[in-house]
Design a protein around this ligand. Sequence first.
Ligand code: NAG
Ligand code: NAG
Ligand code: NAG
Length: 260
Amino acid sequence: MPAEAKPRLLHLPLPVRPLLLLIIPFISFLLLYTYSSPPLATNAVAAAAVTVPLAPSPPSPHIRMRRAGFRSYEDYLRHQLNKTLDPRLRKVWATRDWHRKVDAFARAFAGLRDDGLLSNSSRALCVGARLGQEVAALRLVGVRDAVGIDLAPAPPLVVKGDFHEQPFSNDTFDLEFSNVFDHALYPDRFVAEIERTLRPGGVAVLHVAVHRRGDKYSANDLLDVQGLVGLFCQSEVVRISKVDAFGLDTEVILRKKRSP
Ligand SMILES: *[C@@H]1O[C@H](CO)[C@@H](O)[C@H](O)[C@H]1NC(C)=O
Ligand SMILES: *[C@@H]1O[C@H](CO)[C@@H](O)[C@H](O)[C@H]1NC(C)=O
Ligand SMILES: *[C@@H]1O[C@H](CO)[C@@H](O)[C@H](O)[C@H]1NC(C)=O
């Protein structure tokens, strides 16, 4: 019996051997490809970050662009990052500011939920969220699928992303919140990206300062709320109201139309 079994054992793997010769290089290639793709992807993202053209938005009588004299788009990004990455400011945002802001945002989001503009199952994005106080507030009130984007990531609440070129597919979010419109170098593009990534029926909530100058990192001053509302081509105004939100005085809520 063993004499019979032995040749069988030797013969069985034979047809498998040429297969193995093919499979091993294939698996090695797969592994190599898998491990080499993250850096490739990162390079693609880095390259994508500077593909935003340096073409001014069409002039609006309601938006005054600051003449900051950026030599390039990267120059503008560096200027913005200067504030976002300022260690002194980041410490204040993470400590003294944190609970005060999370609580105020949570009250605002609970109000939106009471008005039927947000629910626990909403997919929410906070645009220009810095450390993510507004994202923390959304999660606190029960909106689990909430994330922020900013030029510098702040894990786990905020991922890296440029609001002029949001890293998301069309029709992704039920709600987008932002209070950084004044930082937009291209206000029309800022709005177009929000409309692109909102799903039809999705809601945009913006806190802005009207008639009030921002700081030296602001790229534009909004002189009239129509300057902002007029940039939304695919949405209808839900309401515009006065608020007192950390130096911002106006809340604009729009809903992306269900059919274009
Ligand atoms: C960034 O900040 C540093 C020091 O605060 C300053 O020297 C530099 O000019 C700033 N860069 C930009 C682009 O504003
Ligand atoms: C939404 O989530 C909050 C916080 O977890 C919870 O208190 C509330 O009951 C939830 N609402 C609904 C309608 O499920
Ligand atoms: C996404 O939306 C943009 C702007 O509305 C549009 O130009 C583009 O074709 C859309 N992309 C896809 C994949 O549908």
